[in-house]
Structure formats: C-alpha cells, structure tokens
Design a protein around this ligand. Structure first.
Ligand code: BG6
Length: 500
C-alpha cells in the first residue's frame, strides 16, 4: 500500500440508486481511484429496492461518472469493483443475502473484513439499518466496521437522541461518521490553518480587536423538487443547525493542543457550550426568518416558495434565516457572530467576514470619520481564498488613503481543482479520520440551541412571503445588525479576482 492509499475496504451504499450516490459518491470514489488513493483492494455493493442486476448498476455508475467528468481513464477497471443487490431494509433475509455477498467479496478482493456502511437514504431508515447490519451478522468481521450517516441527524434534540441511542446499539461513537459536507470544503478546513499557522491573526482573534463576524451562505436555487423534506425542515434545520454552526465553531474555538480529532472536537463542543441560549421570550431579538415570494433570478422570473411543488400554499416554513449568536466566554464576550442563509438570493456564495475594530483615531483626511475597517474575508465558495482589506496611502497625496485588498486565491496556486468535499470525506472515513465529521455532543448541543427557535416559530404564523426572490432577504435581517451599529457587508463588494 502506498502512503496515500486507503486500507482495503468493502463499501456498502444503502440508497445506491438515489441522487446523492449518483451526483456525489460515485464521482468521488472514481476520483479517489484515479488519484491512486483507493487501492485495487476495494469493492462496492450498492443496495436499494429496485430489482437491478450488476450490469444495470454498473451502467448507472458509469453514466454518473461520465456526467461529472470528461477524464474517463480506467473507468472499466473501476466499474468492475461494483456489485448490486436489491434490498429490503426491514427484512432480515435481505441482510443475510447481503452478508453472503459481502463475505464473498471480502475473499475475492482480500478486504480484511473492513466495512464502511454508507447510508445515503431517507433518515427514517437509519436506525433500522444500523440494527439489522449488526443483528444479521454483517459487522461480524475481523476488520473495522464504520457507519457513515447523512444529515439530517434527527429533526430536533429528542429525535436525534433517539436515533443516536439506536445506532449506538450497533456502532461505537468512534465508528460513527456523521456527515456535514461543509466540513469537507477546502476553505472551511482552511479556517484552522489561517488561524493557527499565522502569527498575524491569532493575537488579534478576540474581542479586543474584532468587532463582529459575519457568516453568509446564500443560494440562488429555490427548494427545487425537495418540497416534501424542506417543508418539515426549513432553513434553520437544513443549514443553520449544521453547516453554519459548524463554521462558527471553527472560527470561535480555542487553539486545540494538537490537531487531532478528539482535541478539535472538544474545542468545538466548548464553543457550543458557551453559546448564549436563546429563550422563547427573546427569539425575535436574535433571529429573523424569511420566505421568498416570486421574483427574478438572473433575469428570469421565478415563483414564490408557496407555489413550489409539494409545498403548502399557506406554508409557514422559512427559506431564509439571519441570526446573532453570542459566545459568552473570555475571548468572545461582546462580539456578535451574525449568520445568514437563504434560498433564492442574488448569488450562490459562502463567505466569512471578520471585521476588525476601528483604530482609536483617524489621522487622515476627515479626522472625525473612521477609516474603513480592516476586514479579513474568507471565501468558501464558489471562489476559494482570502482577502485582507487594508487602507494604504493614496499615491501623491499624503493625507488621503485608498482601500487596498490583498488577495490569495487558494485554488489557482497549483493549478489543480480542489477536491470535492465528498471526495475528502470519503477518503477520511476510509482512513479512519473522523475529524471532519460531527461528534454526537456537537449535534446534541446545536439541536438544543435551535430547538427553542424552531418551537417558537412553529407556534407563530409568520407574515410570509417577506422577501422577493433575487433579493438579499427580509428587511428585518438588515435591522438585526443596524441596531448594533453594523451592516451586512454586501457580498457583491467583497468579490475578488480569485478564480474557481
Ligand atoms: C444541504 C442542504 O445540506 O446543503 C441544501 O440540504 C443546500 O438545502 C446545500 O442547498 C448547500 O450546500 P452547498 O455545498 O451547495 O453550499
């Protein structure tokens, strides 16, 4: 095995005919294979209800890969590792046949009993599958048995607790890999390097020098064909409880004593523990919700959320959330972390803006006016990089300054595309590195935080729709910052020439 190679493994994908497997898992496995990260000692069993043959499945995988890339070297060799078995998730005999196939492939490919169970399907089956794979002997091997589980992990704290208890009957916490695909994004992983590998930032990374932090993840897409799921979820559970809170934890955590899974997770947990709890009395002070009405995206008319397929025409579900998180610890006391996410906004963009405090006095022209504050912008997507906003002397004028930007484009440095989040996360799970997956404690604490807000919102009918598709969200989201003397840095002014 070369150093980059993952150990031999059997990957069992439950929900293998679904969208996630097609768009993310097959192309990611293929990229790992082409790069030599996946050795020849691997096999994939796809399962789902449909009555497919191995050949139908292989053809499906092939098409999924051809849709994702033009580089198709070694595709046939790769595909030959794929097997399919029709499966009924609640029937033990189905698992026994699966076990027979798994044991056979274990011998054929010398897989050393290593098994990765990837649940790429509706969450209501997670518990049942975890129960069966253990009870029906699929985990009786000499190798590792890991469970990779997609979001949503529950829909509130009690349901998450129940699911967790159920899967813990079959898998140890250290063998459970809860996916939050934002943690696989290159620039989200880069937050730690920016903070902990630079003498420049860490000394300033606190309430003495930072005035506020803004995390925005905006999308132009609407709810598409996911109305049924989204109606029960909304932006708070779909994006805030996981992706946005995870980014906040990485921005706010103390330096871990080393960059190991346990140390990083334990620092993130401390951030969640320090979050100022929201109560139902003060939700409106800290959180704002929105739902898009009809409008225009890139010049094209689009319908409102309530007119989307599988959405209640009176829906009270939010497609936009803005919030203010306070982290009541020594480092962050008094520094608001503003978060914002929404569908049908003007651009697809995830950015973090760290706004530094104004300098004590302005020696330049207009001494009574502060200079533009220094900003550190972390571009998560679609561009990847960082920009530092500074002030510099205007040429020829000794009393005037100009704003200048120092930009670093992450993905134009070595000319290669950064690996997709799923590619990295699959690679990590195969290698046994759980750092970029969420620990149960993080999941529980973040549900506890958002549950109060969602319970309150469920009880109160909102005056929806309250923002036009293609706009930056409801007015109340701007007021949330205005009352603190801040404003959202307009994403369009933060764009830089970093290429994708
Ligand atoms: C998913 C949400 O977790 O993240 C989707 O369920 C959302 O609603 C998506 O569109 C956004 O991910 P990305 O990587 O496109 O920013």
């Amino acid at each position: 095995m070369n150093q980059q190679e993952t150990p031999a493994a059997l990957i069992l994908i439950f929900g293998a005919t679904g969208d996630l497997a097609k768009r993310k898992l097959f192309p990611s496995l293929y990229r790992l294979y082409r790069k030599g990260s996946l050795s020849d000692q691997f096999a994939v069993i796809g399962t789902a209800r449909r009555d497919w043959t191995n050949d139908t499945f292989r053809q499906h995988v092939k098409e999924a890969i051809a849709d994702s890339t033009k580089q198709l070297e070694q595709l046939d060799a790769f595909i030959s590792h794929f097997y399919y078995q029709a499966h009924d998730v609640s029937d033990s005999s189905s698992y026994r046949s699966l076990k027979a196939l798994a044991d056979r492939l274990d011998d054929t490919y010398s897989l050393q009993g290593n098994r990765l169970f990837y649940l790429a399907m509706a969450p209501e089956f997670f518990g049942t599958i975890a129960d069966h794979v253990k009870a029906d002997g699929l985990t009786d091997t000499n190798g590792y048995n890991r469970l990779v589980i997609e979001k949503p992990f529950g829909h509130d704290l009690p349901s998450a607790e129940k699911l967790n208890q159920q899967i813990r009957q079959s898998f140890e916490e250290r063998d459970i890999y809860r996916i939050d695909h934002y943690l696989g994004k290159e620039m989200v992983q880069n937050i730690e390097a920016i903070r902990f590998a630079n003498a420049l930032f860490e000394p300033l990374w606190n309430n003495r020098y930072i005035s506020n932090i803004q995390v925005t993840s905006s999308e132009t897409l609407g709810v598409e064909e996911r109305g049924r799921y989204y109606e029960k979820s909304g932006a708070l559970k779909d994006m805030v409880q996981n992706h946005l809170m995870q980014m906040v934890a990485l921005l706010a955590m103390e330096p871990p004593i080393k960059l190991s899974t346990d140390e990083i997770r334990s620092e993130k947990v401390k951030v969640f523990r320090a979050l100022r709890p929201i109560t139902k009395e003060n939700v409106d002070q800290y959180f704002v919700r929105g739902q898009y009405g009809s409008g225009e995206i890139e010049g094209e008319p689009v319908k409102g959320y309530r007119q989307e397929v599988n959405v209640d025409p009176q829906s009270n579900t939010e497609t936009f959330v803005a919030g203010k998180l306070m982290i009541d610890n020594f480092r962050w006391a008094g520094v608001p972390f503003y978060i914002r996410t929404g569908k049908r906004m003007p651009s697809k963009s995830t950015k973090i803006v760290i706004q530094f405090k104004d300098i004590p006095m302005n020696l330049y022209y207009q001494p009574d006016q502060p200079l533009a504050p220094n900003l550190l912008v972390i571009h998560i997507q679609p561009e990847e990089g960082i920009t530092l906003h500074l002030n510099a002397k205007r040429a020829g004028q000794h009393l005037l300054t100009n704003p200048v930007k120092l930009s670093y484009a992450n993905n134009s440095v070595d000319g290669m595309n950064t690996p997709e989040a799923y590619e990295k996360l699959l690679n990590d799970a195969l290698r046994g590195d759980a750092t970029n997956f969420t620990h149960w404690d993080e999941v529980a604490l973040s549900w506890r935080f958002v549950d109060v807000i969602s319970d309150y919102w469920e009880m109160k009918q909102a005056a929806f729709p309250n923002y036009e598709a293609g706009s930056t969200g409801p007015k109340a989201a701007d007021e949330l910052l205005e009352k603190d003397g801040f404003f959202w840095w307009p994403l369009s002014t933060l764009e830089v020439d970093v290429c994708n």
